[in-house]
Design a protein around this ligand. Structure first.
Ligand code: FAD
Length: 247
């Protein structure tokens, strides 16, 4: 009846408005046409790419191709979506003004009731800035590693289970010298025993968990015992969980 039909029309209109309002760039490709043209783009697509809907509709999505991605990349994309499966990945796109950006793209086939693919839905966002931050983190890590490596003292970073997660060149030399896989956890055990002996004497130094602790290590194979002066501090690491964000 009329109210039912009006309700269904309203629901469709609402869905259209939601797609229009989406902050993610959305395109629909018409697979019923041999040229497989773009059938719809939302305003976010125009904001990201510079192409107005009148310029994009009727064209092929390859207007965004930067012509620099390997052919095999697009081939595997098409192979996947031709099998009716969704595809997701990163690629370099080109805007209308010729500038390039890194896009995170996902493509999903849209099927009718009979299971035929009528459209492909493409959603992408500009992640150039995310990529820049990722590279910055990577560079920072490389920088820290080279500084730690150059230090003329043995440095090892242990996780909460006493596993070595970062070490330096001097540590590797010590491993070879002692003929031990990981001397750091054994040194930590010796340091803990020494701290326990001292507990209550207030020898802890602010900033350090322990400072200039002299401990003995007995290498395997009946080698001479070795003495080390050890200092350690805690490194706080933020967990990358959703709960950590709230905290
Ligand atoms: P093309 O010659 O068009 O494609 C390279 C290779 O891909 C071809 O050799 C062929 O093996 C394969 N291929 C291309 N078209 C088809 C097809 N219809 N059927 C089977 N295999 C095919 N590309 C982007 O660069 N950026 C985007 O943001 C982007 N969004 C897309 C969104 C959707 C919904 C879809 C369906 C595709 C999207 N593409 C996008 C892929 C795009 O269609 C092109 O394949 C790509 O841009 C490469 O274009 P080209 O002119 O360099 O090479």
């Amino acid at each position: 009846d009329l109210t039912e039909r009006r309700r269904a029309e309203e629901a469709l209109k609402l869905r259209d408005r939601a797609i229009e309002a989406s902050d993610g760039s959305i395109i629909l490709v018409d697979m019923r046409e041999p040229a497989q043209p773009i059938e719809y783009v939302n305003p976010a697509f125009t904001r990201v790419t510079g192409y107005g809907s009148d310029e994009a509709i009727g064209k092929n999505q390859s207007i965004l191709s930067n012509q620099s991605m390997p052919r095999a990349f697009y081939q595997s994309l098409w192979k996947r979506i031709s099998h009716g499966e969704p595809w997701g990945g990163r690629l370099v796109n080109r805007r209308k003004d010729g500038s390039k950006y890194l896009a995170e793209l996902s493509i999903s086939p849209v099927v009718n009731g009979a299971g035929e693919v009528l459209n492909y839905l493409g959603m992408h966002r500009d992640i150039t800035e995310v990529q820049r931050l990722e590279y910055q983190v990577r560079n920072q890590k490389a920088l820290i590693e080279s500084v730690v490596d150059a230090a003329p003292v043995v440095i090892a970073l242990l996780d909460i289970d006493d596993r070595v997660v970062l070490d330096n060149h001097a540590y590797k030399m010590l491993q070879a010298d002692l003929g031990m896989a990981e001397p750091a956890p054994m040194l930590m055990t010796a340091v803990r025993a020494s701290l326990e002996l001292d507990s209550g004497r207030g020898r802890r130094t602010s900033g350090y968990l322990f400072l200039d602790r002299e401990v003995r290590l007995d290498p395997p194979g009946g080698k001479q015992p070795r003495w080390f002066s050890c200092s350690g501090s805690r490194v706080r690491e933020d967990a990358g969980t959703a709960e950590a964000f709230l905290a």
